[in-house]
Design a binder for this molecule. Sequence first.
Ligand code: ASP
Length: 329
Amino acid sequence: MECLPAKGPVSPHLPFGDQRSAPFYGKDILSVKQFTREDLEYIFGVAHEMREMVARVGSFDLLKGKIMASLFYEPSTRTSSSFLSAMKRLGGDVIPINEVRYSSVSKGESLPDTVRTLECYVDVIVLRHPEVGASALAARYARKPVINAGDGVGEHPTQALLDLFTIIEELGRVQGLTVTMLGDLKYGRTVHSLAYLLSLYGVKINFVSPEILKMPADILSQIEEKEITGAEFTDLDQALPETDVLYVTRVQKERFEDIAEYEIVKNAYTITPETLKAAKEQMIIMHPLPRVGEISIAVDDDPRAAYFRQMEYGLYVRMALLAMVLGKA
Ligand code: ASP
């Protein structure tokens, strides 16, 4: 997906000091490809501070008076509620539009017109849409920052940021780790974005999937350009013993054109306590969730199961991103 040029500041009024010096002020968050290693370190620094602030005071008024629109054309539990919580914990307000069928979208309104409407009322728009490139399209029309909360099988940049933040908070580093991605690597937008972010670090990535759900060739070649080798497997056995981060994904039923194909691969992998006997003692299991059988609930009590903690890290990363694009971090 093409990255758009950065937007300028959205308001000439700067009531809280010189917001223009904030590096992400007024910018869209559309793709992981817009970030450098330095950007990531900055974001994770702010997210870490957010984590400490939430632990200390719960909520605070950094974004008091600011309003976020949350415009979701696809189902969501974690992404939508963590963005809402993030805005509210920062003292801001939210217009949630989760049921677009009750909005003018059902009357045939186009995405550009919908965002041009919302930006009259809000300071930032968080968008989830089933089509690849929808956020970039919205951003082209909006003067206010647009945050991509998942565009079809394309990208999920804020998820990838929280995934990387989880790895750093849990394991203390990214460099030198072996990350194994398992499941639906073809349609899983979270692994598309995460693979690219990981390629900015010296990591080894294993891709384990059924033959028909392999990581798309363009993503493999992008990470190879960064001199990261992606080894591909159909079986987890070979990759698991060296794995530091096992990133499990759901087979994305809603993306299949032929449901018979889904039926063949839907139960391709299930992580159980038995599977983990071959894994390192010091490793983590992640999942963007929802899970639909690929991690047995018997794994939940294993200290290596990081997927519930991962959701919480998402709150801090989304607080950081909102504060940043609104010029407060
Ligand atoms: N929640 C993630 C997403 O929106 C993963 C999933 O749906 O499987 O992409």
